[in-house]
Design a protein around this ligand. Structure first.
Ligand code: HXC
Length: 258
């Protein structure tokens, strides 16, 4: 599939998706969000993909939703067109692991997109923010909900109400990102992490991802029960037998997704 606003490369069972609107610091317009949703569903269906890395340029992961495209919209157009809603739901429905590799600006919808991935690795030059308040609006694709869960109410309120940016050190300290790496090594590091993930049993990966996400959706009791049942169900797989046998035999496991 040919895309105009993103590029997709697949190697060693990892899909590297790059946002590619350099003239607008990768601002998310409807075409980009639609193409990204399409590329992620394609990656989900592609047997040659076991993990996905989503990145931007060194200067910007994405500087937010495209202000030029949005500026003239009426309420009726935003509401009836469900501005970004449906395509964003398709993005978050991706079942395979998705790592956001963030360098430079991740602002507004860009920060929300990074948070919608499974985890964020960022470069030391990363800047996260929800500056929508400066435009007379607010976050609209998860920022008030996801940022609050990542960093807590106090910092989330601070970010949403003042529009200030958070640097990489603060993002790591606050739990927004899992690791900070030098900007020049970001994509290589993220790909190396993705390759490690791609070596695991896909059944266990999908189940673990679902179970962690459930922590956001349900009560502790229900989450623990669902985790326990998924853990027990994995004993029906050949990969569990292989993984444990390999450990006992002191060799590397050969998972076959069965
Ligand atoms: C459209 C954008 C853009 C955006 C940057 N550009 N951000 N175009 N939408 N969100 C364009 C600029 O207009 C400019 O184009 C080019 O990219 C380079 O940007 P500069 O501003 O010249 O770069 P710089 O001075 O380095 O400043 C970088 C920046 C600034 C701090 C990131 O661009 C900025 O503040 N951008 C807006 C950030 C923002 O408010 N994001 C939230 C958007 S609302 P030209 O043609 O002039 O060269 C949102 C809502 C989410 O995300 C909810 C959706 C439902």
């Amino acid at each position: 599939m040919a895309y105009q606003t993103i590029t997709v490369e697949i190697e060693d069972y990892v899909a590297l998706i790059r946002l590619n609107r350099p003239e607008a610091l990768n601002a998310l317009n409807s075409q980009l969000v639609g193409e990204l949703a399409g590329a992620l569903s394609e990656a989900d269906r592609n047997d040659k993909v076991r993990c996905i890395v989503l990145t931007g340029s060194e200067k910007a992961f994405a500087a937010g939703a495209d202000i030029k495209e949005m500026a003239g919209k009426t309420y009726v157009e935003a509401y009836t067109g469900d501005l970004f809603g449906a395509d964003f739901d398709r993005i978050t429905a991706t079942r395979k692991p998705v790592i956001a590799a963030v360098s430079g600006y991740a602002l507004g919808g860009g920060c929300e997109l990074a948070m919608a991935c499974d985890f964020i690795i960022c470069a030391d030059n990363a800047k996260f923010g929800q500056p929508e308040i400066n435009l007379g609006v607010m976050a609209g694709i998860g920022g008030t909900q996801r940022l609050t869960r990542f960093v807590g109410k106090s910092k989330a309120m601070d970010m949403h109400l003042t529009g200030r940016f958070m640097d990489a050190a603060e993002a790591e300290r606050s739990g927004l990102v899992s690791r900070v790496v030098p900007a020049t090594k970001l994509v290589a590091e993220a790909l190396a992490v993705a390759k490690k993930i791609a070596e695991k049993s896909q059944i266990a990966l999908l189940a673990a991802k679902e179970a962690v996400n459930r922590a956001y959706e349900t009560t502790l009791r229900e989450g623990l029960l669902s985790e326990r049942r998924s853990f027990q169900a994995l004993f029906a797989t050949e990969d569990q037998k292989e993984g444990m046998a390999a450990f006992l035999e002191k060799r590397e496991p050969q998972f076959r997704d069965r």
